[in-house]
Design a protein around this ligand. Sequence first.
Ligand code: PLP
Length: 419
Amino acid sequence: MSVPHAALKPQPASAFDVERIRADFPILVLKIDGKPLVYLDNAASSQMPQPVIDRLVCYVTSQHANIHRAVHTLSETATHEYEEARRKLARFINAREDHEVIFTSGTTDGINLVAQTYGRKFIGKGDEIILTTLEHHSNIVPWQMLAEEKGAKIRVVPVNDAGELLLDEYEKLFNPRTKFVAVGHVSNALGTINPVKLMIASAHVRGVPVLVDGAQAVPHMKVNVQDLDCDFYAFSGHKMCGPTGIGVLYGKTALLEKMPPFKGGGDMILSVSFKKTIYAGLPNKFEAGTPPIAGAIGLAAAADYLSGIGLNAINTYEHELLEYATAQIQRLPGVHIIGTAKRKTAVLSFVIDGVHPHDVGTLLNQEGIAVRTGHHCAQPMMERFKVPATTRASFAFYNTLAEVDALIAGIREVQKVFL
Ligand SMILES: Cc1ncc(COP(=O)(O)O)c(C=O)c1O
């Protein structure tokens, strides 16, 4: 089968200079089995631009040492750069205080931190935790583990056929036993943008704190934690053009202060004796051991890079890609989009009559097109839509309309082979 080359189509009318941006991403010129790479797996991991790569190389080649523990110049430099990264990320999400940014290994780590510290301390037998049908397993399993340990109960907000949360049902789930809400800002499997600000306000009226899983939001829209008024917000570096193994947990100072540490070890203490250990203050209390220093510095460079382009410009451009791709896919007979919410990020999950998503992914890969197939770590969502798996194309601001065309041509070819 043969699909169009990825760079021939005119770009949208907006002023977004995608070709200039693509030049920042060395990996995008790769060929896969001789075909130009069309990378549409950004919801799993996005790619890294040269300024982030350069920042990592600079750190590793001229600034690396362990932090917080020495008076020598390199250690002082590394410490300064690491804390500067925290400051930049605090500004990036508009946290009130730098120490409200806790470096984690990613979203999963951040959610587990909250479940195992706040959750273990403040959620008990018979208490209830509200989740939604749309959650990634990372925002389900840590709460189930806690619920099992404590004898607490999970309540779940249902969705309509478009993949939008039913807010009336959400309201009905609250009762005096409700102790926590954990909700994704954006669904990784469908792209639905949830009305988290409204949901947070509703929970707060009842005195219930809210954690937002922001893994799929931070790369695509301006996130302002003070405006959302969320109590916790977790996200991952590798989905926002940064490195793997690094993420951020934002938490409000008052809550973080009340929580016990997650992990014990060096750097999270003021003093240790066999009689008593006194823990450090924020943020160190939650950062035991040597942290991913290079990762944090790389993540701050990624935040700078995204801010340099502008999250609003990114959002507008990606929306154009989504609208174009949606219209094209809707024209294909036998192809069904799963997730048609009014407010979406540029994620297209679809099924093709008579073809297993795994085969779709395999054939598209032969054309250099990288998509994800499977349950996308959102099995309850798959069950709701009665599909075992979907094919998911997820776009970033460096994708082009020509790449959408390549995807559509690829799907047509898949249908020719199988039907
Ligand atoms: C919505 C959502 N939450 C959580 C995660 C987990 O992120 P990580 O694997 O970086 O911890 C993902 C990853 O796909 C996600 O999409």
